[in-house]
Design a protein around this ligand. Structure first.
Ligand SMILES: [Zn+2]
Length: 668
């Protein structure tokens, strides 16, 4: 705080003091329920520019960058080093001219002197991403770091492109001539990096087993996202939070030793140069049935048997519109394949590459991945890519476009990521819940479907009451990169609980349909949380501002209870209380004695069966600020034997035992 602020603080204190002295005759409500969605500068800017709006669909002026990569890379198992050259065509579709290019250099997390957010990020230190040459539109970049400009941000005009931060995970190239709005620029980079091994506890960035198996991920210099919300994405790569990437075409040539099988994002362009005739023949039958076929068996090893002959082979992959490229290669991979039949699209291949000793981890992987692809295609939209590959290795639970580093254990979850973030591409570094949380929710649906059952989301929403109140919990809208020890709950755990409550209010299948519509509106685009909130409120035809506010911007819960029940003249009065800050509808299950006077209909009640009814009062009953609500049940003279508040367990509640009347023996 600078010194000249103090007079302002003094003046403010005087105002507050005089306000406190003025007698306010109207008492504050017991609870002030916030009903609108908080808007930050980022989304206000987007609304003002017309790139997004309160429809929750892409706005009339929506734009996004596109980055097309051409990469040639060579792997040397002797040094575990990849040496690459890449050309990135940056299509600046924004209305802004760009005086710099921000680069994501995730491998610099291995330098050992950059920030990391969790101890389980791999520990092997390397020399990071080594950049030996760069050029922008053919003009060489001076790789000597440009010193920071100092406090006033002024520096002499640049005469050549310069760099800053090449030894961090977020670098930038400063340009003497900005990239004009709605024009293209070409970035050339020569680079190399040592693939880190070590025991990374299965982390996505442990990329090799010794010198025999490699899983390069986040492995090439990437151009950061520049979007309408915040401009360049300059978030550091800290380890736990994943990424936020531009869409574009990848044309990738991977030079590896002969006999090493390569799989990766995209479609193999030159099977006749790298595969044996036998493997090509076996592949030609994969789409014919659900059978799992062996393409390269455990006894087919080395050049001429596992692959085409030759000391080195160049595998060429192309992916048309994806937001990343990952691959895997091993001296000995068993390669199997089967198919999934995508509704409205037809069969696509599922490939699996694994080391022979780990075949049991892949015994059921094909059917699991097939169910996931087919089920999620039905629930959201048809799988958008031409193939899916499961890759074995130290990274055993991570997703990239068309590629999952997973065996059968994580195959359903990682396949789910092909929907988000691979097709519906949110900023998962910041809003991990739109990626992992939505995925956890759909995994519950998939698991039930695989068992031939309807999904049961009861009790999930209620369970949040057990977490609420922990001051270490970051709200879901808090930048997940800085979520701390509760990163897992914030990004993975909480969204299914939120969607359980939403389903408790409008029906789970209604939530699913609205979510699918939202997802289709944002395919191959970058939705923000506000787009989701506004879209869902509209699709569900409810003003859900209060719901999004409490779930996404706070860590509050409902904490409902039945305080008291009295009966008089055939009417039963139920006193419901909410001790939390989050409101909810009041849902009561009423059970009746088997005999007695007829059960009268109530306008806001439905009979569940002949002896029980469910009564619902809208959330609006809380908006005036009371903490108690008196529900008057008028079912005629039939004796009510039991009343349960929130019978489905959909609303966050720390102590569900006080939701029942009469109280069970021993309860408070
Ligand atoms: Zn995940």
């Amino acid at each position: 705080m600078s010194r000249n602020v103090w007079p302002a603080v003094a003046a403010l204190s005087a105002v507050l003091a005089s306000t406190a002295l003025a007698q306010n005759p109207r008492p504050a409500p017991e609870r002030a329920v916030r009903r609108d969605i908080p808007l930050t500068h980022a989304i206000r800017r987007a609304f003002a520019a017309g790139t997004r709006d309160s429809s929750g669909r892409p706005g009339r002026n929506y734009w996004q960058l596109r980055t097309d990569y051409t990469i040639s890379a060579s792997l040397d198992p002797g040094t575990s080093r990849i040496t690459g050259h890449e050309t990135v065509v940056i299509h600046n579709n924004s209305p802004d001219s760009l005086p710099n290019i921000v680069l994501r250099l995730d491998p610099n997390i291995f330098l050992g002197n950059v920030p990391r957010a969790a101890p389980w990020v791999p520990a092997e230190n390397t020399d990071g991403m080594v950049i030996s040459r760069m050029a922008v539109n053919g003009q060489a970049v001076n790789l000597t770091p440009l010193p920071p400009s100092g406090g006033r941000g002024e520096r002499p005009p640049l005469t050549e492109p310069r760099v800053q931060g090449l030894n961090t995970t977020v670098a930038q190239v400063l340009l003497p001539t900005p990239i004009a709005r709605r024009s293209d620029a070409t970035l050339d980079v020569d680079w190399s990096f040592k693939l880190p091994g070590g025991n990374g506890s299965g982390h996505r960035m442990t990329m090799r087993w010794g010198d025999t198996l490699y899983q390069p991920t986040q492995w090439y210099p990437r151009v950061a996202v520049y979007d309408d919300l915040r401009g360049w994405d300059t978030e550091l790569y800290l380890g736990p939070s994943e990424f936020y990437n531009n869409f574009g075409r990848f044309d990738v040539k991977l030079d590896v030793p002969g006999g090493w099988i390569v799989r990766g994002t995209g479609v193999l362009q030159n099977p006749e140069e790298v595969l044996t005739p036998a493997a090509r023949e076996r592949l030609s039958h994969v789409l014919e049935s659900d059978e799992v076929r062996t393409i390269v068996g455990p006894d087919e090893t080395g050049p001429g048997k596992a692959t085409a002959p030759g000391d080195r082979l160049v595998w060429h992959f192309v992916a048309d519109t994806v937001n990343d490229f990952a691959w895997a290669t091993a001296r000995q991979y068993v390669w199997q394949a089967t198919r999934a039949t995508i509704p409205g699209k037809g069969p696509v291949p599922i490939h699996m590459v694994f080391t022979p000793g780990r075949a049991r981890l892949y015994a059921n992987a094909g059917p699991v991945a097939r169910h996931a692809l087919e089920f999620y295609s039905r629930v959201w939209f048809p799988y958008a890519f031409p193939q899916l590959t499961l890759q074995d290795g130290p990274s055993a639970g991570m997703e990239y476009p068309m590629v999952i580093n997973a065996n059968q254990g994580a195959a359903d979850h990682e396949t789910g990521h092909q929907w988000w973030p691979m097709t519906v591409s949110n900023n998962e570094t910041w809003y991990g819940w739109m990626d992992e949380g939505f995925n956890q929710y759909m995994n519950i649906l998939s698991h039930a479907d695989a068992q031939g059952q309807a999904p049961n989301l009861d009790r999930l929403g209620q369970a949040y009451g057990g977490y609420s109140g922990d001051e270490a919990e970051p709200p879901m809208m808090w930048d997940a990169n800085y979520a701390g020890p509760q990163y897992g709950f914030q990004t993975y755990g909480k969204a299914p609980l939120m969607l359980s409550m939403l389903g408790g209010m409008v029906g789970d299948s209604v939530v699913r349909r609205a979510h699918a519509e939202w997802a289709r509106a944002w395919m191959f685009k970058h939705p923000s949380p506000w787009d989701y909130m506004f879209f869902m409120s509209r699709a569900l035809k409810q003003d859900l501002g209060w719901f999004w506010y409490y779930w996404l911007f706070t860590t509050e819960s409902v904490d409902g209870s039945i305080q008291n029940v009295t009966t008089s003249g055939g009417r039963t009065s139920v006193l419901v209380r909410q001790d939390g800050q989050m409101p909810s509808p009041v849902v009561l299950k009423v059970e009746f004695a088997p005999t007695g006077p007829g059960i009268k209909a109530m306008p806001n009640a439905v009979m569940l069966d002949s002896l029980s009814a469910q009564v619902t009062y809208p959330v609006d009953v809380w908006f005036a600020g009371d903490r108690t609500f008196r529900a008057v049940l008028d079912f005629g003279g039939r004796t009510i034997t039991r009343i349960t508040l929130d019978p489905g367990g959909r609303f966050p509640d720390q102590d569900p035992s006080d939701n029942v009347w009469p109280r069970p023996a021993g309860a408070r």
